[in-house]
Design a protein around this ligand. Structure first.
Ligand code: URA
Length: 235
């Protein structure tokens, strides 16, 4: 790949003409040798540096976001801010998208990536990647929902959910943790409506085997490594 293309693919803030300017200023090296033309060929094994600082090659990027309320999980929206606006400049790249959706008023773990294959696998209805939610309810938690959800509750419109596991919050009689294995539209809210309760607060705390980092404040992002992504898929 040409070095100008390589650098701008890894560093969203640098366009190819910015890179050409840096090359002219003799600030770019490849394997220790100063680069003089933008069509110099490099690959993922080349040690590319700008001002002596390595431009690490990452084929794909994976970002754990702690989504706040008020943002939508799409790449573009007319008026409402999207989760992509929360990605800091140094992690931005072309092709980023949220892998899966949370409602505008739901908080918690959203994976943002440019890896379409991973997203496809994670969201595939045959994979049943579990998603864990912390739920607060309008009425007291009723343990009867445990058996109803375990059997597969039928939600409005006649759709039957896959079996789900729910357990009460030992510290709050209005709260519980729910694990679902699919992602129907407004699923958690509709499941509790089916047992005559109402979700008043919802936060996704885990996808597959990967837990939302408790140190991550609302609206903050953390780049995660491929080995963590593998945990999502239970590998
Ligand atoms: N279920 C819902 O009802 N809303 C979400 O945002 C996620 C799951």
């Amino acid at each position: 790949m040409r070095i100008d293309k390589y650098i701008s693919s890894q560093k969203n803030e640098l366009s190819r003409s910015d890179v050409k300017r840096l090359i002219k200023q003799k600030r770019v090296t490849a394997d220790g040798i100063t680069v003089t033309t933008a069509d110099t060929k490099v690959d993922e094994n080349t040690n590319v540096c700008i001002d002596g600082e390595q431009v690490a090659f990452r084929k794909n990027i994976y970002i754990m976001l702690n989504k706040p309320q008020g943002y939508v999980c799409s790449t573009r929206d007319g008026k409402t801010p999207t989760v992509l606006e929360l990605v800091p400049e140094e992690l931005r790249r072309r092709g980023l998208f949220p892998a899966g959706r949370l409602d505008k008023d739901t908080e918690g773990f959203v994976l943002i990536t440019d890896d379409g294959a991973l997203a496809h696998e994670m969201l595939s209805p045959v994979k049943h990647v579990p998603k864990t939610y912390y739920v607060r309810l309008a009425s007291k938690y009723d343990p009867n929902c445990e058996i109803v959800f375990a059997r597969g509750v039928t939600i409005d419109g006649g759709e039957k959910c896959r079996p789900a596991e729910v357990r009460p919050d030992p510290d709050d009689p209005f709260a519980c943790t729910l694990v679902i294995h699919e992602g129907k539209f407004h699923q958690v809210k509709r499941m509790f409506e089916a047992v005559e309760n109402k979700v008043v607060y919802l936060r996704r705390v885990q996808i597959g085997g990967l837990v939302l980092d408790p140190k991550l404040a609302l609206g903050e992002c953390l780049e995660i490594m491929h080995k963590d992504v593998e945990k999502i898929l239970g590998r």
